[in-house]
Design a protein around this ligand. Structure first.
Ligand code: NAD
Length: 336
């Protein structure tokens, strides 16, 4: 690897570009505010940095014949075709821990927004009606929070929920007993968690084993009137099951920062070429967005000033280390 490889950053918002340029001083990267696509890639790129909204398909990766490393500016990596990077021996480096507090704080915002009926309350006052009737919420104190996935973000949510004096149960494919002892929560099975929790929050990566983790079968096992929160990945929840649960009052509401096939919600033109399943999901997503008992934010949980600086800091560190011959923060293939 030369000391001055061709580095490209895609999807960099103008307000971040200045900070990024300072951190990358001397390496002269190409910086684009656009998402990467087959139309705008430069085949000479050796190091490529992208956010999650730039899907790195096998087609894109294979067109970059000089590509030596991918730096994803995210924790999740399900937007990258790992079979192709593995085949071509291209390391993928991520930002393992930029936002455990950031995403956990957004999770709490969704929980409080739903349980205190924040959005209908604000709407009513803005419309000139200063009246609390019909806006009664519920306490968090003494309620049970079910945390699915007790990694960096899940653990942080547990710490915060403890401050609200909630009882906590958790489910994880790889339970961490020391963490449970330290933070004072108990592990249980997924079914028991669904049956016991007043609020359920998802914090697992999207893997084959977690795809539709909440599905048509087990959504019926959720305690009637519980709230469902997802700030991890949309496809952890089957959208058809979610619509059913909302329409049959199986759940009191849902707070979602992510939706399955969320990239299609705004891109109506792309719908023409997509599968029937994706079209159906998009329709279901619109029903979910319009439902009065949901709060949907546009994959915004990571988006704080401090988190973005941490994302850039680690991404630059990943790239500089790679150039120096030491690959760090390589994503490891999940065990399950
Ligand atoms: P992490 O790797 O620290 O924790 C994930 C946890 O999930 C681990 O404890 C792991 O054992 C568990 N897990 C793995 N497979 C499982 C399975 N089959 N069943 C149950 N549990 C399983 O990850 P993290 O930093 O806490 O992040 C969690 C997810 O949050 C990321 O994968 C990413 O998709 C998402 N995320 C979203 C945003 C956003 O802006 N909305 C930002 C950052 C991360």
């Amino acid at each position: 690897m030369s000391s001055k490889p061709k580095i490209a950053f895609y999807g960099i918002w103008p307000e971040m570009a200045g900070y990024l340029k300072t951190k990358m001083k001397g390496l002269n990267p190409f910086i684009s505010s656009d998402k990467i696509s087959e139309d705008n890639l430069n085949p000479n790129i050796e190091i490529l940095a992208v956010f999650v909204e730039s899907p790195l398909t096998s087609k894109i990766i294979e067109q970059l014949s000089h590509l030596k490393m991918i730096a994803t500016m995210s924790t999740g990596f399900d937007h990258i075709d790992l079979a192709t990077t593995k085949k071509l021996n291209i390391p993928v480096c991520n930002v393992p821990t930029y936002g455990e507090n950031t995403v956990a704080e957004h999770t709490m915002a969704l929980i409080l927004g739903l349980t205190r009926k924040l959005f209908p309350s604000v709407k009513r006052v803005k419309e000139g009606l200063y009246d609390f009737h019909g806006l009664r919420g519920v306490d968090l104190k003494n309620k049970t929070l079910g945390v699915i996935g007790t990694g960096h973000i899940g653990a942080h949510v547990i710490k915060m929920a403890t401050g609200f004096e909630m009882n906590i149960v958790a489910y994880d494919a790889f339970p961490n007993k020391d963490l449970a002892d330290k933070l004072g929560f108990t592990y249980t099975t997924l079914d028991k968690l669904l049956a016991q929790s007043d609020i359920i929050t998802l914090h697992t990566p999207l893997l084959k084993t977690t795809h539709h983790l909440i599905n048509q079968k087990n959504i019926k096992k959720i305690k009637k009137g519980a709230y469902l929160i997802n700030t991890a990945r949309g496809a952890l929840i089957d959208p058809e099951a979610l619509v059913w649960a909302l329409q049959h009052n199986q759940i009191a509401g849902a707070g979602l920062d992510v939706l399955e096939d969320e990239n299609l919600i705004q891109n109506h033109e792309e719908l023409i070429g997509c599968t029937q399943y994706e079209r159906k999901t998009t329709l279901l997503n619109n029903i979910i967005i319009d439902h009065p008992n949901t709060i949907v934010t546009p994959h915004n949980a990571f988006n704080s000033t401090e988190a973005l600086q941490r994302i850039i800091d680690t991404t630059v560190e990943n790239i500089k280390s790679f150039i120096d011959g030491k690959t760090i923060n390589t994503i490891t293939e999940p065990k399950k």
